[in-house]
Design a protein around this ligand. Structure first.
Ligand code: CAO
Length: 554
């Protein structure tokens, strides 16, 4: 065993950087090149890697310390090798570049919001040349925020995320994985968003105002993206965000992306609210724990055998030797079925749920849906009734806010966002992906996202982020059939809408029966939170909107 010292390596032009995060503790076994601490200058955050594999014996810096090239970071005990007994000198350590350098949103510091096409180019990335594109983080059609990471590039020394220099919708991606890019290279074209917040006074003059023409927009944003003078790193807003983006190091971002964890939903526990790897792990654990707790309830209920209700004080589940009566085959439940079964059991047992049934006249809406799909045949986006139902439910949730709430002991939490879950049938069982901020999205965007999420669901690729945060759920069996059913509330939500297949029915208009297309609705609600009268009003209002969608505008 030998002890070596790990120093801050060559960190480029940065004189002094602040220690903002520890990624290891005394006693940890680390690999060569594993990140040890994160340091931050006013321009970038960097992770300092270990120059050898070993066990951390002593950490020589503390949170908030200012360090520079050559500062001693920690003592590492390395295996055997007498020849490494001498401390790694700063000069040697300098060969080990930071494992990952945060994106320096160089020219993108001002909220650049323009109408028309916007070229996004590789900003000033220091001395790095011919960096390889290793990951695309957006796709055509995505709406991106200013400074949102678009792609990851990697040199032999560092990986960097290239941020967007404007807010908008991705129209074209000019780079592909494996491409080598340099400062000023065009990586992506955005359709800029008009009318967003004006740039602050400190913004470069070229981008302070939204240019009048798309051509001008393109020119000025491209100029801004390439201008090294416009270096400015976003100020850290309270709550640990960077101009509204979560504050986290590149490796933590990568880790979160791999797990599908939405960083903006994670509470940072690090310095200035910075999100650490442990925070991301904690978030994943909390999403999963709902399922685990319900599995525990189910396990308790099992008590003395499969599906035995003894744990709940019920008479035992009947045990039958089915083979006595004919041939049988035994198959294990899928993982999804085990988890969702436990959730459904808890929700069915614990919620005093009531279901109201009603019908909505969707004759005109269906005609509009069919003609819309005809008009947009070439776009490839198909609008289904479910997209309209999501929008109609948002309007009803806004009118009856207790349906968009959750119980917290003796209090109600009213959510001011509208994330709508929809039950999706997959070969492995039922999953509920979530359309986030449905109130802010149009029917086309909702349809597109639903299609993507349903595909991900069928492919078994939904992550926790895709399935968390719903405030209300719709379960549609409209594509299959049936009349009415009693959906089970997806706790901690307080209501769920079940929808069946619409069909032509004779409806009395006061003088005669008219053929109308009627959609069966089944609303299940938590009686602890919602009264029967409110539920009936919710259904009536929903029916009115579906009957005449112009009401959404009122
Ligand atoms: N009435 C009549 N027809 C309907 C309808 C309704 N309420 N809803 C959908 N349809 C039609 C669609 O228009 C489509 O017809 P065409 O193919 O002729 O255009 C067809 O039914 C298939 O629709 P879909 O099911 O593919 O699309 P969707 O947007 O309605 O639903 C999804 C998407 C993912 C929710 C659905 O595929 C699904 O998985 N549904 C099952 C949900 C479920 O299992 N719920 C039960 C939970 S409780 O165990």
């Amino acid at each position: 065993m030998a002890m070596i010292e790990i120093f801050v390596p060559d960190i480029g032009d940065f004189d002094e950087v602040t220690v903002i995060e520890f990624m290891v503790k005394v006693g940890d076994t680390v690999k060569a090149d594993q990140s040890l601490i994160t340091v931050e200058s006013d321009k970038a955050s960097m992770e300092i890697p270990s120059s050898a594999a070993g066990v951390v014996k002593e950490i020589k810096v503390k949170m908030g310390d200012k360090v520079k090239q050559g500062s001693l970071v920690l003592m590492l005990e390395v295996a055997g090798a007498a020849e490494v007994k001498t401390a790694v000198a700063p000069a040697a350590a300098a060969q080990v570049a930071p494992a990952s350098v945060a994106p320096v949103p160089l020219a993108a510091a001002a909220p650049i919001a323009v109408a028309g096409p916007v070229d996004v180019r590789v900003p000033d990335i220091g001395d790095f040349k011919d960096v390889a594109v290793i990951e695309l983080m957006v796709k055509v059609g995505d709406t991106v925020k200013l400074e949102q990471s678009l792609l990851t590039v990697e040199s032999d020394k560092a990986s960097m995320e290239i941020p967007s220099s404007a807010a908008g919708v991705v129209k074209e991606i000019k780079a592909k994985v494996g491409d080598k890019v340099n400062v000023g290279d065009l990586v992506l074209v955005l359709e800029g968003v008009a009318g967003a917040a004006p740039a602050p006074a400190a913004a470069p003059a070229a981008v302070a105002a939204a240019p009048a023409t798309p051509a001008a927009a393109q020119a000025s944003v491209a100029a801004a993206a390439a201008a090294p003078a416009a270096v400015a790193v976003p100020a850290h807003a309270p709550g640990g965000t960077t101009l509204g983006l979560p504050h986290a190091s590149p490796s933590v971002r990568k880790f979160a992306r791999e797990l599908g964890v939405p960083l903006n939903e994670v509470k940072g526990s690090g310095l200035k609210g910075r999100i650490t790897e442990a925070d991301v792990q904690g978030f994943t654990r909390s999403v999963m724990s709902g399922a685990v707790q319900t599995l525990a309830i189910a396990a308790q209920a099992k008590a003395s055998g499969s599906n035995d209700g003894a744990g709940l004080g019920l008479i035992p589940w009947p045990k039958v030797d089915f083979a006595k009566f004919g041939p049988i085959e035994r198959k294990e439940l899928s993982r999804i079925k085990k988890i969702s079964g436990a959730n459904l059991l808890r929700n069915a047992v614990m919620i005093p749920a009531v279901t109201n049934h009603d019908d909505a006249d969707i004759t005109d809406l269906e005609a509009f849906r069919v003609s819309t799909n005809k008009e947009n045949e070439k776009s490839g986006i198909k609008v289904t009734m479910l997209a309209f139902l999501i929008k109609a439910c948002v309007a009803a949730l806004k009118k009856f806010p207790e349906f968009n709430s959750s119980l917290d002991g003796d209090a109600l939490i009213y959510k001011q966002y509208y994330h709508i879950g929809f039950a999706a049938d997959t070969p492995n069982g039922l999953v509920v992906p979530v359309i986030k901020d449905a109130d802010k999205k149009g029917i086309f965007q909702i349809s597109t996202e639903m299609g993507e999420l349903a595909k991900k669901a069928r492919d078994g690729k939904l992550g926790p982020a895709d399935m968390s945060g719903a405030t209300f759920t719709i379960s549609s069996l409209g594509g299959i059939g049936g009349r009415y059913f009693t959906p089970i509330i997806n706790a901690p939500e307080v209501a769920i809408l079940g929808v069946c297949k619409s069909q032509m029915e004779p409806v009395w208009d006061g003088k005669a029966f008219q053929p109308r297309l009627m959609l069966p609705l089944s609303l299940t609600w938590d009686h602890r939170v919602i009264d029967g009268a409110a539920a009936a009003r919710f259904n009536v209002y929903l029916g009115q909107i579906l009957g005449d969608f112009r009401r959404v505008l009122l």
